[in-house]
Ligand binder design. Structure first.
Ligand SMILES: [Zn+2]
Length: 92
């Protein structure tokens, strides 16, 4: 029992030493999988994947930080563009 508590305590310390932002499996904007470290870096900065950062967040950094997000048709076009550029991103 003591050992279990000890390992739980250590896990807590490990968790606290990492970034406080939990990176989801999928981008909340385009819903594609966020598979690589660039996506993770972009998520920490902009809360979206690298493709969304390049397309939407970086060009409108201030708006993005203030909560602006692309419209549904813009996201749809963006997803089509990602799909045509990176077939490996397609899951189904
Ligand atoms: Zn995205």
């Amino acid at each position: 029992m003591e050992k279990i508590q000890e390992s739980l305590a250590n896990k807590q310390i490990d968790k606290d030493s990492h970034t406080d932002k939990i990176i989801p499996m999928f981008c909340p904007v385009c819903e594609f999988i966020m598979g690589n470290s660039l996506d993770h870096d972009c998520y920490i900065e902009f809360s979206c994947c690298q493709a969304c950062t390049m397309k939407f967040a970086a060009p409108r950094r201030d708006d993005w930080k203030n909560g602006w997000r692309p419209s549904a048709p813009e996201i749809k076009d963006h997803k089509l563009a990602i799909s045509s550029q990176s077939p490996s991103f397609i899951l189904d």
